[in-house]
Design a protein around this ligand. Structure first.
Ligand SMILES: NC(=O)c1ccc[n+]([C@@H]2O[C@H](COP(=O)([O-])OP(=O)(O)OC[C@H]3O[C@@H](n4cnc5c(N)ncnc54)[C@H](OP(=O)(O)O)[C@@H]3O)[C@@H](O)[C@H]2O)c1
Length: 432
C-alpha cells in the first residue's frame, strides 16, 4: 500500500502539543500500518517563538499568526492543544469553517460551546473530536459513541479529577488537607492555583461532556451542580473509614423519570464499589446501561503524553474515517429536561454534632422520619463537648434530606452545621 502524506497543524506547542508531535514522529510506522497515512506536523501556533521547546523543530513550523494555520491549504486536520476559551473558540470556528477537521483536548471549550461548534462542523462537513478533553488517556468518549451506540447508558459515575483523588487518598493515609495539597503541588499533580481542581470546576466540565455524549442531549457546564473538596476534613475521612467507606469526589450523571441530573461533589463510596479502589491521581468512569449492566474504565486522567495519546488517536480516527460519514454529526439527538435537583435519590451519610442528652437521638430520628428519610446505620462517638453522630440513611430524596437537616440544625441540642454526603453503593446500602 502506498503511503499518503497528511500535513497536519497544531494550535499550541506546550506540554500536550510537543508530546503530540513526538508521538506522531515516533509512532509514524504504526499509524501508517493502521491507516496507510503518514501524519506530518507542518505548522504549530504559539505565543512566543523564542521559548525553549526541548525538541528539534524545523524553523518554519512555529508561528504566532493563526492565519498561517487557518489558510494553510495543504492542512486538512488540526489539533487544538492551546487551551482556554478565548480566543481558542474563534480559532476553532475559523478552522472548521475553512473545512478543516479539528481534534481538541479542551474540556472548558467543549463543556461550554459544543453545541455551536458541532453546528459549524456539521455545516462544513468536517469532524470535531474531543476524546482528550475527558480523562486524557481513558478512551471513554469513543466507547460511549461507538462501542455503546445501542446500549442506552442511563448512569455515568466518575472519578474524573486526578488532583482531588490524589489529595483524598493522601488524607486517607493520615495527611491533613493542606499537607496533601502541598504534596500534590510538589509532584506536579496540582497547579500553583489549584482552585479549578479542588473547587470541582474541572470535574464539572468533564461530567457535562460525558452526560452529553452518554444521553445524547446537550448538557453544558451551567447545568451541572457542583462542589469540590475544600470542606472535607480528616473527620469525614475517619467517619468514612469506620463505616467501611472512602471519601471520593464523584461525578454522577443520571437519567431519572426521563430527565437528566448531573452533579459533582464529595461522596462516601462503599469499599466494595469499583470507584473506591481508584487510588492517587488515577481517574475512572463507570458506565451503567441496559445491555451492558456496568463497564468501568480506569487509567491516567492527565499528563502530557497520556493526553497526547488520545489526541493522536482522534487524529488517526479522522484520517481513517474521512469520507465515510461515520460520527460526523452532532452527538445530541434529543433534548432532555433537567431533573429538579431535590428529586435525585441516594443513600446519604449525615454527620451531626449534638449535646449528649437523653432524647436527642429520638428527636433527630423524628425529624428524618417526618421527611421519609429512614436510618440504615448509626454510629455515636462521645466527644468532650457532647457526641458526634454518623448516620447512614436508606435511599432518600436529596431535597428531603436537605429539609430534614435544616430542621435538625435548628434543634437546640445541635452544634454547628450538620453535613450530608451521598453514599455510592451499587451493591445495596444494607450490605455496606
Ligand atoms: N497537560 C495535561 O496534563 C492536560 C490533560 C488533559 C487536557 N489538557 C488540555 O490540553 C490543552 C493544552 O494543555 P497544555 O498542558 O499542553 O498547556 P501548555 O503547556 O500551557 O501549552 C499551551 C500552548 O498553547 C500556546 N498558546 C496558549 N495561548 C495561546 C494564544 N492565545 N495564542 C497562541 N498560542 C497560544 C502556548 O504558547 P507558548 O508555548 O508560546 O506559551 C503553548 O505552546 C488544554 O486545553 C488543557 O486543558 C492538558
Amino acid at each position: 500500500m502506498s503511503s499518503v502524506d497528511v500535513p497536519v497543524a497544531l494550535l499550541g506547542y506546550g506540554t500536550v502539543g510537543a508530546a503530540v508531535h513526538r508521538l506522531l514522529i515516533e509512532s509514524a510506522e504504526d499509524i501508517e500500518r493502521a491507516t496507510g497515512h503518514r501524519l506530518r506536523v507542518v505548522k504549530a501556533l504559539v505565543r512566543d517563538l523564542d521559548k525553549e521547546r526541548g525538541f528539534a523543530l524545523d524553523s518554519d513550523i512555529l508561528t504566532t499568526d493563526v492565519a498561517d494555520v487557518v489558510h494553510a491549504e495543504d492542512v486538512a486536520l488540526v489539533a487544538e492543544v492551546m487551551g482556554g476559551v478565548d480566543p481558542t473558540s474563534d480559532y476553532v470556528v475559523d478552522l472548521l469553517s475553512a473545512g478543516k477537521h479539528v481534534v481538541t483536548a479542551n474540556k472548558q471549550l467543549i463543556a461550554r460551546q459544543a453545541g455551536d461548534l458541532f453546528a459549524v462542523a456539521a455545516k462544513a462537513g468536517v469532524q470535531l473530536r474531543f476524546e482528550a478533553s475527558v480523562c486524557a488517556a481513558i478512551p471513554v468518549i469513543k466507547v460511549l459513541r461507538e462501542s455503546l451506540v445501542v446500549s442506552h447508558v442511563h448512569r455515568v459515575l466518575g472519578i474524573v479529577n486526578g488532583t482531588t483523588n490524589f489529595i483524598l487518598t493522601k488524607m486517607e493515609a493520615g495527611h491533613d488537607y493542606e499537607a496533601a495539597l502541598a504534596e500534590a503541588q510538589t509532584l506536579g499533580y496540582a497547579e500553583a492555583d489549584p482552585s479549578e481542581d479542588v473547587g470541582g470546576d474541572d470535574a464539572a466540565a468533564k461530567m457535562a461532556i460525558l452526560a452529553t455524549i452518554a444521553f445524547g442531549s446537550r448538557v453544558t457546564l451551567a447545568d451541572v451542580q457542583y462542589e469540590g473538596i475544600t470542606e472535607i476534613t480528616t473527620g469525614h475521612i475517619q467517619a468514612a473509614r469506620e463505616l467501611g467507606m472512602s471519601v471520593r469526589l464523584v461525578g454522577a450523571a443520571t437519567i431519572v423519570e426521563d430527565k437528566v441530573d448531573v452533579r459533582v461533589g464529595p461522596a462516601l463510596v462503599t469499599s466494595t464499589h469499583p470507584l473506591a479502589a481508584v487510588d492517587g491521581a488515577f481517574n475512572a468512569v463507570m458506565l451503567q446501561g441496559d445491555a451492558i449492566r456496568e463497564i468501568t474504565l480506569e487509567g491516567p486522567g492527565a499528563g502530557g503524553i497520556e493526553t497526547a495519546s488520545a489526541v493522536v488517536a482522534d487524529m488517526v480516527s479522522i484520517v481513517g474515517t474521512t469520507g465515510t460519514g461515520f460520527l460526523q454529526d452532532d452527538p445530541c439527538w434529543r433534548s432532555l429536561e433537567r431533573l429538579d435537583p431535590g428529586r435525585l435519590r441516594s443513600p446519604f451519610f449525615l454527620r451531626v454534632e449534638v449535646d449528649d442528652r437523653a432524647g436527642v437521638l429520638a428527636r433527630i430520628a423524628e425529624r428524618l422520619a417526618d421527611h421519609d428519610v429512614s436510618v440504615a446505620r448509626l454510629v455515636q462517638h462521645q466527644r468532650d463537648a457532647g457526641a458526634e453522630l454518623y448516620i447512614v440513611t436508606h435511599e432518600s430524596y436529596t431535597g428531603a434530606v436537605s429539609d430534614a437537616l435544616v430542621e435538625i440544625a435548628d434543634l437546640p441540642e445541635t452544634h454547628g452545621k450538620p453535613s450530608a454526603l451521598p453514599v455510592i453503593s451499587d451493591r445495596g446500602i444494607a450490605k455496606a
